[in-house]
Design a protein around this ligand. Structure first.
Ligand code: B12
Length: 639
């Protein structure tokens, strides 16, 4: 009988194993339940791998254990995207001229890099709360790129980095995993040098501004990081590793199609070419929304798309993945994590999902069954066991459920060019300002707004007809998936620059603020890209918005409501485990007698209208474009 390892490798290489490989990732679930002492009785006292082995599951060893390092120094340079892990086949060394200073304060670690061309610093955090929620990697509190002059210093760090093989350490790791899985290796968490800058060196939202504002510096820095990527690729090519995780967090919003094609595809192709030539398999962690990237991923050259998290958690159904990709790359995943939660799916729905899955992925070639992105802490453990049992009984390959008919991939929706955003013809006078907003020309807009004021147009007219309705139209395009995050952020920034010129005139004519909104991400949750979008868009259409930040307890929200007296409070959550915090905020508002004075709106990928109703919120919006209408509607009701 083939081993787990043999089955996984066969599926990854497009061959047909005897049985569908089942490789559930349980790190997050394990870390959180071990911390709370809530592991299932039969597994108490066991390690994560002992549990998988006891259940007869393959070990998921593709994503490294970032926190499982032999000494703290091994993860000291995490904010540079440099790790020393047992899963890695190389070690790195900074040049001798670089002086490194470390300061530890409670949950925070600051690292200062003093180089001959200047100094830079980073700050990372790992709190008890993160430990309890099972977080598998520390949080970057302060990124390395703070000012334009930092680019040169970071470039210096990477140009002078030396890599040397650590194949023996990796062989030890391989020995430990044995035939129970395929131990993967990594360069880091990015698919390319630019993606590395995006993921590690800047805040998720700031990246898009830097990418637009400092193009020359960015490109030069990407070249310096390339030096590291090239060395790493050579080391991996000569290493004993059989599977290589080539980057993570692919998502059609964050790594939007034009960006993916320009900055990511060439490197996946290069890595797959070099590594494929050595018989190795490249795996990319595609845990986000892949709808807008279906063709690009399919044609990127990657061998395995891992952490595939289908509908109902994202837009693409599992059958769609199999139809579009099944003849070209291996799909690793297929079980959306919310199907494992009692509150999201009944037993019948869970079983029905599996019935459907086994049918639509027939004959089962190029498929590795896994939980994407990972098993949540509050998953019903018996469901993981049940999947394993059903695989044993029903997933001998080839599966007989249906015919395999790969379809040619549908065309990726073209990113609308900024100029085409506005469908209705604009009034001639406002054309310049409208175009500045659409194209995100934050440096030009002030002059254009001034020119209109000089020509006698009122500030209110310029605001309403030149800017607000443009922003509203952008919101609609964003909701329709025709515009992507960076375009919206750049437009909103331009809009705010224009607004600065108008403010004194608007104040004189007593412009009414649309409403006051307070926004934040709930406790335990560090996701802020969607929340930042919401803030930007609401400001863009005239709301006064206070952004409270991330990881906020109910009491922080309540205190801010008492102080700021907003009309609306917007709560964001991206994790099924943190959604319940939203209900706690509402309860705390009631407790302090503040609930009646404020409308509560909620959002974030796992949230839906039913959930919003259940916790007693006043509204839900699926994206920031729809949130504008929601907020405006609530203001109208408030009167
Ligand atoms: C980027 C990302 C990250 C980044 C976050 C960077 C950052 N600064 O935000 C990093 C890598 C750090 C990360 C970490 C983790 N992540 Co994450 N992440 C994602 C990813 C790929 C995209 C999220 C995103 O930004 N999307 C783009 C934005 C624009 O969309 P959005 O957030 O949904 O926001 C829009 C709407 O929802 C709405 N909206 C949002 N908030 C609000 C609020 C209101 C009031 C309203 C009206 C509307 C609204 O408007 C926004 C704009 O249109 C998702 C995949 C996914 N499908 O969502 C996983 C995902 C959310 N992550 C996940 C997980 C598991 C994690 C980790 C636990 C991983 C780990 N092993 O440690 C950690 C948790 C850290 C923590 N404690 O928060 C899971 C959550 C699964 C679950 N069911 O709970 C997901 C779904 C991946 C998956 N497929 O399983 N992640």
């Amino acid at each position: 009988m083939p081993s787990h390892k043999q089955r996984i490798l066969m599926a990854a290489r497009g061959e047909m194993p005897d049985l569908l490989p089942y490789v559930p990732r349980i790190d997050l679930w394990y870390n959180a339940n071990a911390a709370f002492d809530t592991l299932p009785r039969q597994h108490k006292g066991r390690t994560q791998d002992e549990i998988s082995r006891a259940e007869g599951w393959a070990l998921h060893k593709i994503v490294p254990e970032f926190l499982n390092v032999s000494k703290p120094e091994d993860s000291l340079h995490r904010a540079l995207g440099l790790y020393r892990l047992k899963e890695m086949v190389f070690d790195f060394r900074f040049s001798k001229e670089i002086e490194i200073e470390v300061k530890n304060e409670g949950d925070y670690t600051s690292v200062f890099y003093h180089t001959p061309v200047g100094s830079v610093s980073t700050k990372t955090m790992y709190s008890d709360e993160m430990r309890r929620s099972g977080a598998s990697i520390t949080w970057i509190e302060e990124h390395i790129l703070k000012r334009p002059k930092d680019y040169k210093v970071v470039g210096y760090l990477f140009e002078n980095l030396t890599l040397e093989p650590s194949y023996e350490r990796f062989r030890e790791w391989q020995k430990y995993v044995g035939e129970d899985g395929v131990p993967g290796t990594i360069v880091g968490l990015a698919c390319s040098p630019m993606h590395h800058i995006q993921k590690e060196f800047l805040d998720a939202t700031d990246f898009y501004f830097h990418y637009s504002d400092y193009q020359r510096e960015m490109r030069a820095l990407a070249q310096s990081v390339e030096h590291f990527f090239d060395q790493a690729l050579t080391m991996i090519a000569g290493s004993p590793a059989e599977m290589v995780l080539w980057g993570a967090n692919v998502d059609d919003m964050i790594t939007y199609p034009a960006y993916f094609e320009k900055e990511i595809t060439p490197w996946i192709r290069k890595a797959s070419g070099v590594l494929g030539g050595k018989g190795k398999v490249t795996v990319v962690h595609c845990d986000g929304e892949n709808h807008g990237l279906m063709d690009l991923i399919r044609d990127s050259g990657m061998h395995v798309a891992e952490a595939i998290c289908p509908y109902p958690m994202t837009k693409v159904k599992v059958e769609e993945y199999y139809r579009q990709w099944g003849d070209k790359l291996t799909i690793f995943g297929g079980i959306p994590s919310n199907i494992l939660l009692a509150e999201s799916a009944t037993e019948e729905e869970f079983e029905a999902y599996l019935d459907h899955l086994f049918k639509v992925i027939a004959p089962g070639r190029r498929f590795i069954l896994g939980v994407a992105d990972t098993t949540p802490p509050n998953a019903v453990f018996e469901r993981l066991i049940r999947i394993g049992e059903r695989v044993e009984k029903e997933a001998r390959l080839p599966l007989a459920g249906g015919a395999f008919r790969p379809l040619p991939g549908s065309a990726t929706p073209e990113a609308t060019t900024a100029a085409a955003v506005l469908s209705e013809p604009a009034q001639h006078e406002f054309d310049g300002v409208r175009e500045d907003v659409v194209k995100g020309r934050h440096k030009d807009i002030a002059a254009h707004v001034k020119a209109l004021l000089e020509r006698g147009l009122s500030a209110k007219q310029i605001l309403d007809r030149g800017m607000l309705d443009t922003m509203q139209a952008i919101g609609v395009k964003f909701s329709a998936g025709e515009l992507f995050i960076p375009q919206v952020l750049l437009s909103a920034r331009a809009m705010n620059e224009g607004l600065k010129v108008l403010e004194p005139y608007l104040a004189a004519s007593k412009r009414e603020v649309t409403g006051k909104v307070l926004v934040g991400t709930v406790r335990g949750d560090f996701h802020d890209i969607g929340k930042n979008m919401l803030v930007t868009m609401l400001r863009g259409v005239g709301f006064e918005v206070k952004d409270l930040g991330i990881n906020l307890s109910a009491d922080v929200f309540v205190k801010a409501v008492a102080e700021y007296r907003p009309d609306i409070i917007g709560l964001s959550a991206l994790l099924t485990t943190t959604m319940s915090e939203m209900g706690k905020v509402i309860e705390a508002l009631k407790r302090d007698g503040l609930r009646d004075g404020v409308k509560v709106i909620v959002g974030g990928a796992p949230v839906n209208a039913k959930f919003a109703r259940d916790i007693g919120a006043d509204g839900y919006a699926a994206d920031a474009g729809q949130a504008i209408d929601l907020a405006k509607g609530l203001m109208a009701v408030k009167g």
